[in-house]
Design a protein around this ligand. Structure first.
Ligand code: SF4
Length: 299
């Protein structure tokens, strides 16, 4: 699913062109201007992110709701702590409670118009507040929730914040869709999403590598090897598990759980396939031998 910001009428009119060239759902992110929402809907958008409380008069909200009903497309209410209503801010500050009350206001506007095809996001850049807000909201509504930590930062710290915020909630059964926000190439956002889902065992896609942190027992260049294996695994789609372990103390135990594994020794490595040692090879042969075995089970 891809979301595009719709800033003006030209952007709204471009949606039809985009839709013709993709096969995945497209979401229009619209602030305030209901005419942009109506045009996006006419152009075949699959979901509209708009806050009904910000559109203006009831007739305008109704026009958007009617258009969504007619096309059977959902509306996502997107509450962001940076743009809460002033009265809520005055009373509760920029808190999870204020954000939840704001979301509920928008929900009630849609429900009054008998519109229930709703998703809600309630984003904070602060992870504990984000978690608390979604937990509170999940107790109040049964609509699907779209998870996200907003303005999370650059790739490294942002991925950690997103993984903790989104991951905690998913583990509790909260959340239907998610968006990882990073100040980085959006492709990295997708990679982090998949990593979160895989870490929680919610989806398996592509290979998983387990590797040990190295210690005084490591007698091969394990970090170099693990990085090379990881790079090679990016080319593979099958959900195989590969273990890259530094020694025979913990190594074989972990490696045996994997489809393919190596446990390092003194300048050598024992290659495991489906729990059995198939051969021991010198250090410079570990990578090609591992890749050879990986190729055999993924072809
Ligand atoms: Fe150390 Fe062996 Fe554990 Fe790696 S697997 S951290 S080398 S004990």
């Amino acid at each position: 699913m891809v979301r595009v910001a719709v800033l003006d009428m030209a952007a709204a009119k471009a949606i039809g062109q985009i839709k013709k060239q993709i096969h995945i759902p497209l979401v229009a992110d619209i602030h305030f201007d209901y005419q942009l929402a109506l045009e996006a809907i006419r152009q075949g958008i699959d979901k509209v992110r708009i806050n009904p409380g910000n559109i203006g008069s009831e007739e305008k909200v109704k026009a958007v709701v009617d258009a969504c009903k007619q096309k059977k497309i959902p509306i996502r209410i997107g509450v962001n702590v940076g743009s809460l209503e002033q009265d809520l801010l005055n009373k509760y500050g920029a808190t999870p409670k204020a954000a939840v009350l704001s979301a509920l206001r928008h929900v009630r506007i849609l429900e009054k118009l008998n519109f229930k095809d709703i998703l809600i996001s309630i984003k904070f850049s602060n992870v504990p507040q984000m978690i608390e807000a979604y937990r509170m909201l999940a107790k109040k509504v049964s609509y699907p929730l779209h998870l996200g930590v907003t303005e999370a930062g650059t790739a490294f710290m942002g991925s950690i914040k997103n993984a903790i915020g989104i991951g905690t909630l998913l583990q509790e059964g909260i959340g239907a869709t998610m968006r990882v926000s990073l100040t980085a190439d959006p492709i990295e956002e997708i990679a982090t999403c998949w990593a979160i889902l895989r870490a929680l065992d919610l989806r398996r896609r592509g290979p998983e590598m387990i590797s040990c942190p190295t210690c005084g027992r490591t007698q091969i260049d394990l970090i170099g090897l693990a990085n090379k294996v990881e790079k090679e695994l990016k080319k593979i789609k099958q959900p195989i598990k590969v273990a890259v372990m530094g020694c025979v103390v913990n190594g074989p135990g972990e490696a045996r759980e994997a489809d393919i594994g190596v446990a390092g020794g003194k300048g050598m490595g024992a290659i495991f396939v489906k729990g059995k040692v198939v051969r021991s090879v010198p250090e410079n042969k570990i990578l090609p031998e591992l890749l050879k075995e990986i190729k055999k089970i993924t072809k």
